[in-house]
Design a binder for this molecule. Structure first.
Ligand SMILES: Nc1nc2c(ncn2[C@@H]2O[C@H](COP(=O)(O)OP(=O)(O)OP(=O)(O)O)[C@@H](O)[C@H]2O)c(=O)[nH]1
Ligand SMILES: [Mg+2]
Length: 461
C-alpha cells in the first residue's frame, strides 16, 4: 500500500515543474567499494524524503522549508537512471540480492519545492532546488603506475582461492616474450573471472572494477590486460604492451569518468563497510585500507597528474565518511566504529579540510534491520542486537565479540600482518532485512540517515 503511494507520486510529479534549467542543481556523489551499501543508502534516502516522519534531524523538514519533493526524469542522457522503484520494491520485500549489482554509475534527480524565506517571503514564489544523486563505484585506479598496480593486485590475489586459475595461467606467461593477442585475452579473461568470483566471496579491492561489468568495451585492448610479475622486458614485449594498455585504460576510461562526473560533484558521501572487514580479520582490514586509500586519492589529488588538472576548477565542499550497516551493532559500540572510520580516512579528511571542504565521520544504517537487546554470558550483560537469520528466517540474538576499542591498535594490527585480533574474535552479524510494513508518513527505519542528510545538504534547503 505504501509502495503504491510512493510509486504514484513518482509518476505523477514528473514533468510538473517549469523552469527546470534555471533552478540550482546540487550534485551529491554516493560512493564506496562494492557492497558498501550505496544502493540501499540512496533508496532509503529517497523513500525517507518522500515520507519524512523519521527524519527529525533534518532541520529543514522540521521548519517546513520543504513544501514538496518529487522525482524528475534523469537529466543526463548518457548515464543510467538509478532504479529507485525497483530497488525500493526489493527493499520492502526484504529481497537480499539487489538488482543493480555493479554498474559504474547511475543517477537520479530529486527536486525540492522550498518555501520562500527572508524579508520578502510574502511576495516571493517558492524556490526550486534539484538534487542529482550519483551512485558510482569507488574502485578506480588513479595515480598508480602499471608496476605499482600490478604489485598491489598480485599481493591481494595471491592469498585468495578465487585467483588459482589465473595464477596457473600467469605462471606460463613470460613478460619479456613478444606480445601475442591470444595469451593476452586468455589472461585477461582469467583475471576478470577471478575478480568476479572474489566479488561474490565478499572481497573488496577488486581492480579494475570495469572488468566486472560487461559493457561495449569488453574485449577491447583497454579492458584486455592483467597484472604481471614485473621483470626485465624490452619494447614490443608482452609486459610492455600490458603496461601500454593499462595507461590507455586510465586515459580512455578513468580520466573521462573523473572529468565528466566526479569533477562536477558538490557534495559527497563515502560509505565504508568496516564491520565486514573487521570480522574477516586484520588481513581484510589491511586490504580494505589499501582499497580505500585508492578511492580517497580522488579527494586529495597530488601536485601533478591528471586528477589535479581535472579537479582544478571545482571542488567538493562537504564530504561525509560513513561506516555503513551500523545496525549490526548495539549503539554503545557506535562511537568506536566512528573512531575507526575517522582513523581510516584521516589523511583524506585532513587534505579535504585543507582545501576548504567541511568533513565529518559518522556511523549510520540506511536500513535498520535489527533491534537492540541485552544478551548475557556468565552473568555478564552483553550489548547485542537481534535480527532475522539470513537463511532460516528465525530471529536470533547476536553479540559481535569484544569490540576493539582502539582504532589505532586495529590499524596497527592490520598493517603488521597479524593473523587475529588481540582482543579475540570479532564477528559481523549477517542477518536478513525483515519484511517492512511502513506506516503512512514514514520511510524505512534507519540510524542517523537524517543526520547524514542534514550534514550533506541541510544548509541548502
Ligand atoms: N543491515 C543492513 N544491511 C545493509 C544496509 N545497507 C546495505 N545493507 C546490505 O548490504 C548489502 C549491499 O548493499 P548495497 O546497497 O547493494 O551495496 P552497494 O554498495 O550498492 O553494492 P554494489 O552496487 O554491488 O557495489 C545488501 O545485502 C544490503 O542488504 C544497512 O543499513 N543495514
Ligand atoms: Mg549498488
Amino acid at each position: 500500500m505504501v509502495l503504491s503511494a510512493l510509486s504514484n507520486r513518482v509518476g505523477g510529479a514528473a514533468g510538473a515543474v517549469t523552469g527546470l534549467f534555471a533552478d540550482p542543481v546540487v550534485r551529491l556523489g554516493v560512493t564506496g567499494l562494492s557492497r558498501a551499501g550505496k544502493t540501499v543508502f540512496i533508496t532509503s534516502l529517497v523513500a525517507n524524503l518522500f515520507h519524512s516522519g523519521r527524519m527529525s534531524q533534518l532541520r529543514s523538514a522540521a521548519t517546513v522549508q520543504i513544501q514538496s519533493t518529487f522525482l524528475q526524469p534523469q537529466p543526463d542522457d548518457t548515464v543510467a537512471r538509478f532504479e529507485y522503484e525497483r530497488n525500493l520494491d526489493a527493499l520492502l520485500a526484504a529481497i537480499l540480492s539487489w538488482p543493480d549489482g555493479a554498474k559504474t554509475i547511475s543517477q537520479l534527480r530529486w527536486s525540492f519545492r522550498l518555501a520562500p524565506s527572508g524579508m520578502l517571503s510574502a511576495l516571493s514564489l517558492p524556490r526550486m532546488l534539484h538534487l542529482d544523486i550519483v551512485d558510482y563505484l569507488g574502485e578506480w585506479l588513479l595515480d598508480l603506475s602499471y608496476e605499482q598496480w600490478a604489485a598491489a593486485a598480485l599481493a591481494s590475489a595471491e592469498k585468495r582461492r578465487e585467483a588459482r586459475a589465473f595464477y596457473a595461467l600467469l605462471s606460463g606467461v613470460d613478460g619479456s616474450a613478444p606480445f601475442d593477442d591470444v595469451t593476452a585475452s586468455g589472461l585477461a579473461v582469467a583475471y576478470a573471472g577471478y575478480l568476479q568470483q572474489a566479488r561474490w566471496a565478499g572481497f573488496s579491492n577488486l581492480t579494475p572494477s570495469q572488468f566486472l561489468l560487461l559493457g561495449e568495451l569488453a574485449g577491447s585492448p583497454v579492458l584486455t590486460f592483467a597484472p604481471l610479475l614485473i621483470g626485465e622486458a624490452g619494447k614490443g614485449s608482452f609486459q610492455a604492451e600490458m603496461k601500454r594498455r593499462f595507461e590507455a585504460y586510465k586515459s580512455k576510461i578513468v580520466k573521462p569518468f573523473f572529468r565528466d562526473h566526479f569533477a562536477k560533484l558538490d557534495r559527497q558521501i563515502v560509505l565504508v563497510d568496516l564491520l565486514k572487514s573487521l570480522a574477516d580479520g586484520p588481513d581484510a582490514v589491511a586490504d580494505m585500507e589499501r582499497a580505500m586509500g585508492a578511492v580517497l586519492v580522488a579527494f586529495r589529488p597530488g601536485r601533478r597528474g591528471f586528477l589535479k588538472e581535472v579537479l582544478r576548477r571545482k571542488r567538493i565542499d562537504r564530504i561525509l565518511f560513513a561506516a555503513s550497516k551500523a545496525d549490526h551493532l548495539h549503539h554503545l559500540h557506535h562511537p568506536a566504529l566512528t573512531a575507526m572510520v575517522e582513523a581510516l580516512t584521516q589523511s583524506a579528511r585532513d587534505k579535504a579540510r585543507f582545501r576548504g571542504a567541511l568533513t565529518a565521520a559518522m556511523s549510520i544504517a540506511a536500513l535498520r534491520s535489527t533491534a537492540e537487546m541485552d544478551l548475557s554470558s556468565d552473568g555478564r550483560a552483553l550489548p547485542g542486537v537481534k535480527g532475522l537469520e539470513k537463511f532460516g528466517g528465525k530471529t536470533v540474538g547476536f553479540y559481535p565479540g569484544e569490540f576493539p576499542n582502539s582504532s589505532a591498535s586495529v590499524l596497527y594490527q592490520a598493517r603488521s600482518d597479524s593473523l587475529d585480533w588481540d582482543s579475540g574474535l570479532f564477528a559481523d552479524q549477517n542477518s536478513a532485512p525483515s519484511q517492512l510494513s511502513l506506516a503512512p508518513g514514514v520511510g524505512p527505519p534507519h540510524i542517523r540517515l537524517d543526520k547524514a542528510v542534514e550534514f550533506l545538504i541541510g544548509d541548502l534547503l
